[in-house]
Design a protein around this ligand. Structure first.
Ligand code: GAR
Length: 210
């Protein structure tokens, strides 16, 4: 009984995904191993074939596919997402490879309560192909960014960043693998900081408070 009560008292997050869901898996694992005190209320995907949905079901987390094609416009789609997220009291919405741009409808509703992970050192290489773009540009160092989401793409205040030096001759898939490893550690850590109230947004800056 006590275990169940503790489970329900943990801060609740919702994870939005479009693809493989390896970051979702890292979040679930951090919760399972008690590195992150949280509860994933549900996982939502805009794609029926997102493997993230299977990972969620395997972990006994409610998994929903909400198809944007069923809605007349982006605002009504996002209102459906909000309704689903708000079935419980949600502390944080975590985008983990959710490849849709969120409009002010969603961002305003969850102001300063949406996190995103991006596979580059923002503001460098925003967008959907950050790893490829960094390699093509010839940079020597790229990395990972966790940031709050605002109305612009890959743009909001930065919570944590880590650099990943690019090795000579490294292929896109090799670099992607190393970036993923870094993401899987950094994202749960950033979520833990935010849920614990260790962050305060001041303008573009995220200050650490204890
Ligand atoms: C991650 O590398 C994440 O940083 C990236 O999508 C991947 C999702 O992988 N997000 C973006 O590029 C956002 N602009 P996953 O589904 O295995 O977690």
């Amino acid at each position: 009984m006590m275990v169940r009560a503790d489970h329900l008292m943990r801060p609740t997050i919702v994870v939005l995904c479009s693809g493989q869901g390896t970051n979702l898996q890292a979040i679930l694992r951090a919760i399972q191993t008690k590195r992150l005190r949280a509860r994933v209320a549900c996982v939502i995907s805009d794609r029926a074939d997102a493997y993230a949905l299977a990972r969620a079901r395997q972990a006994k987390v409610p998994a929903h596919h909400i198809d944007p094609a069923r809605f007349p416009d982006r605002a009504s789609y996002e209102r459906a997402l909000i309704a689903l997220c708000e079935q419980e009291t949600v502390r944080l919405v975590c985008l983990a490879g959710f490849m849709r741009v969120l409009s002010p409808v969603f961002v305003t509703h969850f102001r300063n309560r949406i996190l995103n992970i991006h596979p580059a050192l923002l503001p460098a290489f925003p967008g959907a192909h950050a790893v490829r773009d960094a390699l093509r540009w010839g940079v020597k160092v790229t990395g990972v960014t966790v940031h709050f989401v605002d109305e612009h793409v890959d743009h909001g205040p930065i919570v944590l960043q880590e650099a990943v030096p690019i090795r000579p001759g490294e292929t896109e898939s090799q670099l992607l693998t190393r970036i993923h490893q870094r993401e899987h550690r950094l994202y749960p850590e950033a979520i833990r900081w935010v849920l614990a109230g260790h962050t305060k947004i001041v303008g573009r800056s995220v200050k650490k408070v204890s």
